[in-house]
Design a protein around this ligand. Structure first.
Ligand code: Q9C
Ligand code: ZN
Length: 342
């Protein structure tokens, strides 16, 4: 299987993540990519190619133009205000405030365009997010042209990013951009299967009222796990999109047998839907040793579900999302891809 990647993703290297009341080194770190690339080479998975660079292409089909402009200028504007640290939101249009005004003040706009506070911004974040999006588009074009599977080694991840909000380490929704790109190139029905430990709230929001992109997510119960405010089983889509969102919230401690049942159910629904392309939001934070998650999958389980995905017979684009057990992230990601290729 081909992998798409560019070193520009490593321009994202913030120094702070708000965690447990302290600023810690971010879990979503550049080393994740290095370890995955090393494993791809050790396992001889296949060639690693640079994506074509496309500027903003694909972004404005999914994201709000003012949001994109805000992100593009955030670091420079923050520096101009003379702050010592990295931008971290500290106030939002929360439930008792107005959500229909966009303030002029930078801190006010930061909260408006953020959905969480753990995701700091650094100088290279915008360029890395564009590179990550280009990786997703290149992997999608590969699969559209040749079928089979391709891996987009994206970073930063994307599935928490909504139309006009960043958070959960995500800025542009790579899977949503890839799905829209496929729709614009004649694919009638696209399925996005989100196997990251966390609910893909951004992807769900983007496609919630649409019947041409089915979204299915298997994740930690949001009553107990980030992002807390979306991802419950009763969210099934609305309007034309009614029935085209599927959520499988699972309890802490969920192991592979139960997780696999949810996957088999989701894959059956994807087949019934008549998907012509499968996009997998591939987070491996379902791993037992993941430091911020609570499922108990083991490395061999990733190989097994790679094989299940292959059995759909669908052209499949894998896009990296989460996974924070850095030592084992390469083995776990490549196990899925090798399981698919086997
Ligand atoms: N303070 C992805 O997996 N919560 N994002 C952090 C530690 C945010 C995860 C909890 C988790 C975001 C792409
Ligand atoms: Zn995750």
């Amino acid at each position: 299987m081909l992998t798409f990647h560019t070193a520009d993703t490593q321009l994202r290297h913030p120094r702070s993540e708000l965690h447990g009341g302290q600023l810690v080194t971010p879990f979503e770190c550049p080393e994740r990519v290095e370890i995955i690339l090393a494993r791809i080479r050790a396992a001889a998975l296949g060639e690693v190619r640079d994506p074509e660079r496309r500027g903003l292409a694909g972004v404005l089909e999914i994201h709000d133009a003012a949001y994109v402009e805000f992100l593009e200028n955030l670091w420079d504007n923050w520096q101009a205000e003379g702050h010592g640290g990295e931008p971290i939101p500290s106030i939002w249009p929360a439930r008792t405030l107005r959500g229909d005004r966009i303030p002029d003040n930078l801190e006010g706009r930061l909260g408006y365009y953020a959905l969480a506070a753990e995701t700091s911004v650094c100088a290279g974040t915008f360029r890395a997010a564009l590179a990550s999006k280009d990786i997703a588009l290149a992997a999608t074009d590969q699969v559209l042209a040749h079928g089979g599977g391709a891996f987009g080694l994206c970073r930063p991840p994307g599935h928490h990013a909504a139309r006009d909000q960043f958070g959960g380490y995500c800025f542009f929704n790579n899977a949503a951009i890839a799905a829209q790109h496929a729709r614009d190139h004649g694919v009638a029905r696209v399925a996005i299967l989100d196997v990251d430990f966390h609910h893909g709230n951004g992807t769900q929001e983007i496609f919630y009222t649409r019947d041409d992109v089915l979204f299915a997510s298997i994740h930690g119960d949001p009553a107990l796990e980030f992002p807390y405010y979306l991802g419950y089983a009763d969210e099934t889509g609305s309007g034309r999109g009614a029935g085209f969102t599927l959520n499988y919230p699972l309890p802490p401690g969920t192991g592979y047998p139960r997780w696999r049942q949810a996957l088999e159910d989701a894959l059956a629904r994807i087949q019934t839907f008549g998907a012509e392309l499968l996009i997998v939001s591939l987070g491996v934070d379902t791993f037992a040793q993941d430091p911020i998650s609570s499922f108990t999958l083991e490395s061999d389980d990733f190989s097994d579900y790679g094989g299940l995905l292959k059995r759909t017979g669908l052209p499949t684009v894998f896009l990296l999302e989460g996974g924070y057990a850095v030592e084992e992230i390469g083995v776990n990601v490549v196990n899925v891809l090798s399981g698919f290729d086997a």
